[in-house]
Design a protein around this ligand. Structure first.
Ligand SMILES: Nc1ncnc2c1ncn2[C@@H]1O[C@H](COP(=O)(O)OP(=O)(O)OP(=O)(O)O)[C@@H](O)[C@H]1O
Ligand SMILES: [Mg+2]
Length: 255
């Protein structure tokens, strides 16, 4: 079985990459998890997972220069497929090849998490949402962030991708999270999975090049991400069906 989730937000800097790795580690306690850095223009997973020095990444795979397996690294109990950070690598990468990459990886995992780009302004930006079964929307508890997240939801639903739920991140002590969560409950499909505080532990984990759940497993933020993961019931979709669906996904034309 395998289900693919895109971790997306609309707005930049809400904590998608942080959340992808935190949810990935939490889900890895019960599932076989593969994390893919599908933010191929502004890749960051490598910095969060101690993979900044690796030679082969998703860029080389998408350029047709390497096999998928060469870009898969076993880290923190997950399989991680990082992406390179060079502009040249991005330019050589063919985003449409992501379909085949996901289809290949889907054969040997239970959960695929696609760390997604901010915005919806290019083929490579929307592809993770189009390919995923469901989107996990990561929001800061503000009206502009909700508004951007709603656009992601609208886009996802247009392509038949569901909404797994919303993670509020970087929540300040004095924030009216109840009020915002109520609004989110009205407008978003899927439930509020967790509310993660603004936290020094999160920043320290990034600086250490480790996912939060590896660096500060006892922190409140880590606990909240574990809560979010336990609220996700991973669906039992036959791997063959998923692989076929990825392969045949219709990719929107460049706008
Ligand atoms: N809960 C938090 N508390 C404190 N800092 C956080 C928290 N979540 C994320 N950050 C920090 O905010 C920055 C952005 O986080 P992250 O890279 O996960 O966001 P993103 O949505 O993936 O960004 P982008 O849109 O650029 O891909 C990072 O420096 C990260 O360490
Ligand atoms: Mg990111």
């Amino acid at each position: 079985m395998v289900e693919a989730f895109a971790v997306a937000s609309g707005k930049g800097g809400t904590g998608k990459t942080t959340s992808t790795l935190a949810l990935g580690m939490a889900l890895a306690e019960t599932h076989d998890v593969t994390v893919i850095d599908a933010d191929t223009g502004m890749a960051n997973v490598l910095f969060h997972a101690g993979l900044a020095d690796v030679e082969t990444t998703l860029h080389e795979v998408l350029a047709g220069d390497a096999a998928v397996e060469a870009a898969v690294y076993d880290r923190f109990g997950m399989r991680v497929v990082p992406c390179g950070t060079s502009l040249a690598g991005f330019e050589r990468a063919d985003p449409t090849r992501l379909r085949e990459v996901v289809a290949t990886l889907a054969r040997e995992t239970d959960v695929i998490l696609l760390d997604s780009p901010a915005a919806l302004d290019s083929r490579s930006a929307v592809l993770p949402i189009v390919l995923a079964d469901r989107v996990i929307v990561v929001l800061q508890p503000t009206v502009p962030s909700l508004s951007d997240g709603l656009k992601v939801q609208e886009y996802a639903l247009t392509y038949g991708t569901g909404i797994a739920g919303v993670v509020f991140n970087r929540v300040a002590d004095d924030e009216d999270i109840e009020g915002v969560a109520r609004k989110a409950g009205q407008y978003f499909e899927g439930e509020t999975l967790a509310s993660v505080p603004e936290s020094d532990a999160v920043r320290a984990a990034r600086r250490a090049g480790k996912p939060l759940l590896a660096h500060a497993p006892a922190s409140t933020a880590a606990q909240r991400f574990r809560e979010a993961a336990s609220g996700l019931t991973v669906r039992d979709i036959a791997s063959g069906d998923v692989a076929d669906r990825f392969r045949s996904a219709v990719i929107p034309e460049e706008s």
